[in-house]
Design a protein around this ligand. Structure first.
Ligand code: SAM
Length: 275
């Protein structure tokens, strides 16, 4: 008989958040697949559990995923953990779950700590309707496309972000959503220095320009309000620049006028016109 895959959430900062069911599943599994075995070993030592660990992370997931599935099909039970939080949410666990479904392995997800839900619930933003957007890409083009697709989004939007990319992300968001848009910066959740700053994108940029951010962040951004005039997109800007140029304006003047008309930063219009 085939074994099973258990998705075991682990604390995102406070070791007290491991549940009894998670502890028991880790104890009873035949083996544990972990994103970073050194990180998970610390947790296992804390729980007093000795268990065989295999690594399963972004750069070995194709090969290791097959091996893990082979072991489960042969009858073993695997507990999957990520470095922190719920496996398969913005981490490689997503692929292992897909693979298991493809070959008919039963997957059991144990509820528990998850940064996105912890951030949303503490954020002070509207929680009735929300969308999780994960990490923005490091590629400038993909980031822009991603944010552009959200310009008219009315649901609360949740993002993950690393501290060294936070300022650029806030600047990109301000360009697309406007500097007045409300944001909750949820930092170091469940840890000693947990902090939630409910502010605007513009004020957050000022704050973190003066004091570089530290720690882990969940960003919870208010959706666009229904009455709000939708912000112009890069496509709108490119079209307006082209139109003004056919009317006889130089590229420079067309960019300047478009930026003014559409209330967009000149560099955004310039980049859009080049594309
Ligand atoms: N799968 C995990 C989950 O959903 O709970 C998240 C994995 S993702 C690779 C890591 C990101 O989650 C971090 O970059 C940060 O944005 C967020 N995160 C994790 N722990 C956090 C914490 N204690 N406080 C704030 N954000 C956290």
């Amino acid at each position: 008989m085939a074994g099973m895959l258990y998705l075991v959430p682990t604390p995102i900062g406070n070791l007290g958040d491991i549940s009894e069911r998670c502890r028991r599943t880790l104890e009873e599994a035949d083996f544990i697949a972990a994103e970073d075995t050194r990180v998970s070993l610390k947790l296992l030592n804390h729980l007093g559990i000795k268990k065989s660990l295999v690594s399963y992370y972004e750069h070995n997931k194709a090969f290791k995923g097959e091996k893990i599935v082979e072991r489960i099909l042969a009858g073993e039970t695997c507990a999957l953990v990520s470095d922190a939080g719920s496996p398969a949410i913005s981490d490689p666990g997503e692929d292992l779950v897909k693979l298991c479904h493809q070959v008919g392995i039963t997957v059991c997800a144990i509820p528990g700590p998850c940064a996105v839900i912890t951030g949303l619930s503490i954020s002070g933003q509207a929680t009735g309707r929300f969308c999780f957007e994960g990490f923005l890409s490091t590629s400038k083009k993909s980031r822009r496309e991603h944010l552009e697709s959200l310009v008219r989004e009315q649901r609360t939007m949740i993002f993950y972000e690393a501290p060294h990319k936070l300022l650029t992300t806030l600047q990109d968001m301000a360009e697309h959503f406007g500097a007045d848009r409300s944001i909750s910066l949820c930092r170091e959740l469940t840890k000693l220095h947990e902090e939630v700053i409910l502010t605007t994108l513009g004020a957050a940029i000022e704050k973190y320009t003066e004091n570089p951010p530290k720690g882990e962040f969940v960003l919870v951004v208010a959706g666009a309000s229904a009455e709000e005039k939708p912000a112009a997109t890069a496509d709108d800007a490119a079209a307006r620049v082209a139109q003004l140029m056919t009317e006889g304006l130089s590229r420079k003047d067309a960019i300047k006028q478009t930026a003014k008309e559409l209330d967009l930063p000149k560099n955004v219009v310039y980049d859009a016109a080049l594309q």
